[in-house]
Design a protein around this ligand. Structure first.
Ligand SMILES: C[S@@+](CC[C@H](N)C(=O)[O-])C[C@H]1O[C@@H](n2cnc3c(N)ncnc32)[C@H](O)[C@@H]1O
Length: 236
């Protein structure tokens, strides 16, 4: 990463300067540092971001899958209250913020993008909740990663089935965690391929949210988000 942005203070400054505070469409109780066509970061070309050695700013959007999970947790706070919660591939971590707001005992927002971790911390502060962040890749299939997932009562995954390789790794990790008694909730915005569809077959659909989206970003005005609970020995 570019030395200027590797420094968390500089990253924090970049986020605050380049984004603005939004109210997510189906989670009006929460606020989120993000971008739209009015903000300069939106206009930054891929080349500009690459030049700064920054990955694409996925953290700068409250994706429909994460919004659906956040809505679900605020509507059914017992799902999170008093529990140890991990949000995997959390981006700016709206779902993790919602878990904390719902009364989780501990919330960790995980994303391999260090900038996303800083955005998650800013979003936690913006909403007056506490969470931890880490940028560890927990999807490497190692025994250590498996043990680290099993530390949690509940794992959340919002809108992360958008790429085959990532979906395959996520599904393998979620299946292992579920076997060990970890409850798994997915906010699925319907982007996944065959592997995500097969995984969905092994889940219960426990809620559906029609979620207005950013038309410029998504090419559609709305997405249907399904909240899926992995069937297994951790159902509530
Ligand atoms: C589309 S965003 C979804 C963010 C958030 N969950 C939401 O719904 O708004 C997907 C995120 O997955 C992260 N990601 C990709 N590979 C990952 C991995 N191996 N472990 C953790 N996060 C990963 C990306 O950096 C990105 O922030």
């Amino acid at each position: 990463m570019h030395s200027k942005v590797a420094n968390p203070d500089a990253v924090r400054e970049l986020i605050i300067c380049e984004t603005r505070v939004f109210i997510p469409s189906i989670v009006p109780e929460l606020r989120y540092w993000g971008v739209d066509e009015e903000t300069p970061l939106w206009a930054a070309t891929e080349a500009t971001l690459e030049q700064a050695q920054l990955p694409p700013p996925f953290w700068a959007f409250a994706w429909p899958g994460g919004q659906g999970l956040a809505r679900f947790l605020l509507d059914t706070p017992d799902r999170a209250r008093g529990r140890n919660v991990l949000a995997l591939a959390a981006g700016g971590a709206l779902e993790a913020v919602a878990a904390a707001r719902a009364g989780a005992a501990r919330v960790v927002a995980n994303d391999v993008d260090h900038v996303a971790c800083v955005a998650a911390e800013l979003n936690a502060r913006l909403n007056s909740v506490q969470l931890e962040t880490d940028a560890i890749d927990r999807l490497d299939g190692s025994d250590r990663s498996e043990r680290m997932l099993a530390e949690f009562d509940l794992v959340l995954v919002g809108d992360a089935f958008y790429e085959r390789a990532l979906s395959t790794r996520l599904i393998a990790a979620l299946e292992r965690a579920n076997t060990q008694g970890v409850e798994v909730l997915i906010g699925d915005a319907g982007r996944g391929g065959a592997e995500a569809a097969a995984f969905a077959e092994s889940c219960h659909q426990i809620a559906v949210f029609e979620t207005p989206t950013n038309q410029e970003l998504e090419g559609v005005a709305q997405r249907r988000v399904r909240i899926l609970q992995k069937c297994g020995n951790a159902e509530r």
